[in-house]
Design a protein around this ligand. Sequence first.
Ligand code: BGC
Length: 350
Amino acid sequence: MRALTVTPGIAGSGTLRDVPTPERSPGEVLVRTLAVGICGTDREILEGHYGASIAGHEHLILGHESLGEVIDAPEHGELKPGDLVVGIVRHPDPVPCEACAQGEWDMCRNGRYTEHGIKELDGFCAEYFRMDPHFLVKLDPGLRDAGVLTEPASVVAKAWDHIERIGQRTSSWRPRKVLVTGAGPIGLLASLLARQRNCELHVYDRDQGDAKRRLVSELCGQYHNDSLEAACALGADVIIECTGAAVVMAHVIGNNAPGAIVCLAGLSSGSHRIPYDFARLNRDLVLENDVIFGSVNANRRHYQLAAAALASADRQWLLRLISRRVPLADWHTALEHHPDDIKVVIDFLK
Ligand code: BGC
């Protein structure tokens, strides 16, 4: 079968190659891949900055945002041939740490977790993959076109789960006004979840084009691309930072409403130093009970929340998040930056 592989640490090593097709194996599920989404992490791996292959293997099969169809599954299990599924990216560390032992591998304490297509586990950008059913999440059949958004949606479902847990520190808390910085797939999915919670939504992005603005306004949110200062001055009680850009982060952590919860969900790349007044930040945080926290990955429960959120979302809106679909043979074109790109997907049926 064809698979997109990379040699971690080596820039430009992405190659489409023939690899052995996984065979049916008792207790495991064989899945035919329908689509794989491409994100910033894949770019980082392809540029040689991130990722690790299985010990002793030169190549890593790329891809962690999956959508597939069950070909073969253990009898009497939940999954049946034809079911639409998504693979869970992270697996618990082998120790396991306290968090992994509870199925909360997204909170792994010792860093020895593995991740499909990223860290020491082959990914999903291959025509077939085989999985333990516990690491597959079944989707509503209506998500055949948009279900590839489940993994990024699971990341924001986890972010929202933690925002709400933190919010419980005050008995009267509920999220009312939300500011999302960055209108990429993560930001837009975080926005969808904000609206599903009936929050007033504001989205900041530098992009002047029409696509993102329209997607935000269809969620009845307000799109801000003029001034981050003005967006922060709106006094959101929840800020979800999805750009990973140093100046944006610096601004949102230092200019938020009293008691605000700021979730950093975007990942920065490289290094970017900026001068920062930590004494002022200290006063802001302490005197206003602000919270800044980071959120990454997702556990099985978050995937299920994501699958439910996507199933109840407007299908046409979701489909517009997928701005381009490219065939596997043209995988490298998925990495190009087109002006109105939001989520680019490798479509295995093309
Ligand atoms: C993935 C996460 C993963 C993280 C760090 C992100 O792109 O969506 O599942 O934990 O990268 O490897």
